[in-house]
Design a protein around this ligand. Sequence first.
Ligand code: FES
Length: 160
Amino acid sequence: MTVEAGERAARAERVRAVASGLRDQRGALLPILHAVQAEFGHIDQADLPVLADVLNLSVAEVHGVVTFYSDFRNTSPGRVHLRICRAEACQAVGAEALAEHASAGLGVGFGETTADGAVTLDQVFCLGNCALGPTVQVGERLHGRVNPARLDAILAEAAR
Ligand code: FES
């Protein structure tokens, strides 16, 4: 077995174990997907048949759920994960300009990662910090009242 095939087999086994551990929950697919993504950074195409098998669903059903929710990624995120809130309250105070600044500065669109793997840009619709918008999340940390200059500083800090 090649190293790559061995890694694939090990991942499939681990995904099966995670899914088996949670499958008795109500609406088990979502918590399972979150758990797999938390462990591996993304949901791989190869995970779908394993999850379908454990949950007795079709691969198409699992695929439908994964692609419906923008929270699930099909590639690993960059070293810095930037999420910009584009919901109404943040939009009203400049989130769109901030989003355009981020996208132009990084040279990527939402859901994409810079070519060097440094930053993944994502959008999110409300981070629960509406009174202090525009809000962004970098990794686990929320930042409020972010303008373009401040965003650049936050990213520079996160990259260190
Ligand atoms: S609308 Fe942006 S944090 Fe709620």
